[in-house]
Ligand binder design. Structure first.
Ligand SMILES: [Fe+2]
Ligand SMILES: [Fe+2]
Length: 195
């Protein structure tokens, strides 16, 4: 299911424009924000989603402010989870928790709306999630990117919730499935290479 191409990706990413932002964003992910930091939706999930988001951003050359939005969503999208099962409300809980903790204070009002849209929408019906930003192409694109990054880390889950590649939205994420497996299987080595 995976080759060793993830290590080449990581080495290349270290030399890329997006690496500094990635390192800074990784510091946003703190165990105390999570109910179960060691669980399947805990800190390591957030860290892998962040890395995948930054790899996708680099591959598609996204502007810095969009990378920043994806980084924030990666760090905080699951901090409101109260259990690890199927759940359609933890997006709202996560956004509210991040806001209450003051983690979103540096965002301007548009950025805050974007982060809210992505975090609240990542666990609900797509149509409903997209309805609020239907006229904003950049927002819709970022939403799709984020959902793909979160989905790619389903490689960690068992048969019930595992990654179904046909659900991936962007060509870039489809090309990163093997890399996502590698990042998950080889996390300690990958992280040591990066931080
Ligand atoms: Fe989630
Ligand atoms: Fe997640």
């Amino acid at each position: 299911m995976y080759d060793n191409s993830h290590l080449d990706h990581i080495k290349k990413f270290r030399k890329s424009m997006g690496y500094d932002l990635y390192r800074e964003a990784d510091k946003l992910i703190k165990p105390e924000y999570f109910r179960k930091p060691g669980g399947v939706h805990g800190t390591l999930h957030a860290k892998r989603v962040l890395l995948l988001a930054m790899l996708m951003s680099e591959a598609d050359n996204l502007p810095k402010y969009e990378r920043n939005i994806l980084a924030i969503c990666s760090a905080y999208h699951d901090i409101g989870r109260e259990h690890d099962g199927h759940c359609t409300v933890h997006g709202i809980y996560s956004f509210n928790k991040a806001k209450k903790l003051g983690l979103l204070n540096d965002l301007n009002s548009y950025e805050l709306r974007l982060v809210r849209y992505i975090i609240e929408g990542h666990c609900i019906d797509d149509k409903k999630a997209k309805s609020g930003f239907s006229d904003d192409e950049s927002a819709l694109r970022l939403y799709d990117y984020f959902c793909d990054c979160d989905s790619l880390d389903r490689v960690r889950l068992g048969t019930l919730y595992r990654l179904d590649e046909s659900y991936l939205r962007t060509n870039t994420s489809k090309s990163l499935v093997g890399v996502a497996y590698g990042i998950y299987k080889d996390w300690d080595k990958v992280y040591a290479e990066l931080i």
